[in-house]
Design a protein around this ligand. Structure first.
Ligand code: LLP
Length: 388
């Protein structure tokens, strides 16, 4: 990625920088690959809620996958048609449900019988019938970080397989909800194809089983977020969407007229976002060297929370034209008063000086949205390649 480093000099750090051209290229590639199979994409708003990016996605024909009433309102404000909005989440409040019923969104992804009873009652009070998809916990291990798996028996998400038949029978008796879809989600940042294949096979089996109870649905939502390359963002800026969809298409058995939905977040927005920071101080000590940045885990919490890897670059050096320089290993840390405020340990970097500009890459997903005001720090601002 090329960074406009001269322009960065006039901007107070830390901040998020979004390469809008890469964002558009990624979204377009995914959409056109999905269109080949008639798959419908709902962007998972939780990954990045920036209005500018959301407006681009809504104009390209993406729907929105929202996990709070606020996200639903924001998606509507950013131009997503209400008929393309899905409301998901394991703990939906009554006021959020009421708002979504009034807004006539496309569908509620539901996680338990109790939740469906509540939606049925609230819909009845309004004299409306609403579409729901049953989120089924398929008991498939996505082989990703333990905090990012959602589809095993240990997880809080979805309706368990052992309950499924009885829940379906009860829900089919309810007058104000209609089961229009089945929803599955096994986790995020999934880099192997085998969990998706297992999921497709499980979905086929469950569809056969549910049809015997009299249920055929209009859409199947195959969730599980395709991973991005955190190690080498420049080599693989756009994931292999063609291969991913071809595999799903090969294994999933859709009924005639049935449409496949997906709700991608990270894979669209991760690579275009970079956290830009400046080195405040360096410490070259006997056992360790530290580069102390002005960004902290309040700006990007993924390394502290998940031990996540983000590639770290010294942009001042990279754009200096100097070829050879002494490299040192640094722990790259932030200013927050906690040892976990570390972006990377033993990172090999050119000898760093106060004032050097750093890039923490692949930070567009779950970066800015997870920022906090701990230590009363200010929230990072966003800047866009098209506006600098
Ligand atoms: N649908 C459901 C039901 C989800 O639970 C998620 C993510 C998504 C869609 C979007 O998944 P994606 O395409 O972004 O992988 N904060 C964590 C990620 C948490 C993901 C939670 N669910 C991180 O920074 O890695």
């Amino acid at each position: 990625m090329n960074f406009p480093i001269e322009k960065f000099k006039n901007i107070a750090t830390p901040f998020y920088y979004y390469d809008v051209e890469l964002f558009e290229r990624t979204a377009k590639t995914m959409k056109s690959e999905a269109d080949k199979y008639g798959y419908v994409l709902h962007y998972a708003v939780k990954a990045n809620t920036n209005e500018k990016l959301l407006r681009i996605l809504s104009s390209m024909g993406f729907g929105a996958d929202c996990v709070s009433g606020e996200e639903v309102k924001h998606a509507i404000d950013c131009g997503f048609p209400k008929s393309g909005i899905v409301f998901a989440g394991v703990g939906k409040r009554d006021d959020e449900i009421n708002f979504c019923i009034d807004a006539d969104i496309a569908v509620f992804n539901c996680e338990s019988e109790q939740e469906i009873e509540v939606i049925n009652e609230l819909a009845q009070a309004k004299g409306k019938r609403v579409n729901i998809a049953l989120r089924i916990n398929p008991e498939i291990d996505a082989h990703t970080h333990e905090h990012l798996t959602t589809g095993t028996i240990e997880d809080k998400f979805g309706i368990n397989l052992w309950q499924l038949e009885s829940v379906v029978k009860k829900v089919m008796q309810m007058d104000f909800v209609e089961i229009t879809g089945l929803h599955f989600h096994i986790g995020s940042q999934i880099t192997e194809m085998s969990p998706f294949i297992l999921l497709c096979l499980k979905v086929n089996e469950l569809q056969d089983m549910l049809e015997k109870t009299g249920l055929t649905v209009k859409h199947i939502n195959i969730g599980g977020g395709l991973g991005v390359d955190y190690e080498d963002p420049d080599q693989n800026p756009i994931p292999d969407f063609a291969g991913h969809f071809a595999t799903i298409n090969k294994y999933i058995k859709l009924r005639s007229g049935q449409v496949l939905h997906k709700e991608p977040g990270r894979v669209i927005v991760a690579q275009c976002g970079t956290l830009i920071s400046k080195c405040l101080y360096t410490k070259e000590l006997q056992k360790k060297n530290f580069a102390i940045l002005d960004a902290g885990f309040t700006d990007l919490i993924r390394p502290a929370l998940y031990g996540a890897y983000h590639k770290i670059e010294n942009l001042t050096f990279a754009y200096s034209g100097i070829q050879e320089v002494r490299q040192l290993k640094y722990d790259v840390v932030g200013p927050v008063c906690e040892s976990s405020d570390t972006f990377g340990k033993d990172v090999l970097l050119p000898r760093t000086r106060r004032g050097d500009v750093f890039a923490i890459r692949t930070a567009g997903a779950y970066g800015e949205v997870m920022a906090s005001r701990y230590n009363l720090r200010t929230l990072p601002k966003a800047y866009y390649s098209t506006e600098l």
